[in-house]
Write a protein that binds this ligand. Sequence first.
Ligand code: PHE
Length: 340
Amino acid sequence: LEHRLMADIDAAPDEAALEAVRVAALGKKGAVSDRLKTLGKMTPDERKLAGPLLNQLKERLSVAIAARKEILEHAALEARLSQETVDVTLPVTQRPVGKIHPVSHVFAEIEAIFAEMGFTVRTGPDIEDDFHNFTALNFPQGHPAREMHDTFFLEANETGEQKVLRTHTSPVQVRTMMTETPPIRIIAPGRTFRCDSDQTHTPMFHQVEGLVIDKETHLGHLKGTLEAFVRAFFEIDDVATRFRPHFFPFTEPSAEMDVAYERQGGKITFGKGDKWMEILGCGMVHPNVLRNCGIDPDIYQGFAFGMGVDRLAMLKYGIPDLREFFAGDTDWLNHYGFAP
Ligand code: PHE
């Protein structure tokens, strides 16, 4: 019997056949089970002899079945692997690829231009305290200049302090001057917030701050730097710009820089035209600000600027309405966005 069953196990061509052999041998009605049933009719002495022999047979068969099973499984896997191949010549299914938002694109362009001029990047928090956003920048308490910025205030904390969503990137000037020693030549890109909304204003917008502090810095450096920037950014030499005198508490003298543009229907073009778009504020850093930040104004001077990134993007890429920048419309992004 053992001989025959062992031969059947070895000959089983696949797992189903092996299972049939197993049932025929060890199943409830199988050959070995039949033999076990005969034990009851034996004398105790016969049983003592036959019982262990049958159990050992059962054990040997089980081991043999398991071994054969492993061989068959392995063979089945090998067979499947040899059949399954990848046809690398099949056409791929195109997955949609996203676009880079114009603001992200323009941030990268601005950073590259200033990097070439030797500026490095600094950042600061979106949620600022009154000191960095206003006081250190020479906005006196209760001064009307604070109301120039339609500030978003946070609820007061336990100590009664009211944080703000920074209204400009200028607090990064303060953070940099307080922690670094001149010469300083940095830009600070980031998000800014003011309670305002129309074609050229959104409650959240973007600025790149610039700050240069050194021993002999003057207005000529400021103008030269910004004009070089505008030429590099718009990629033409004759962009019509103008500096208008302005007031900022943290610079003296102060100015705003405008770029000429025109609107034709739904499109805007930059460089020339009958309209001016303000793109940045700038000026020589006020001595009070230097003092507030631990820098001696008798030794160091400098200039600063803060440019509106979204407006630069509008002008350069002819995008008519600023509010659409942040509407989350994928059709808009597919149209105005940049390939990654
Ligand atoms: N912080 C100013 C604004 O947001 C811009 C500015 C920056 C002006 C630096 C002067 C110097 O309006």
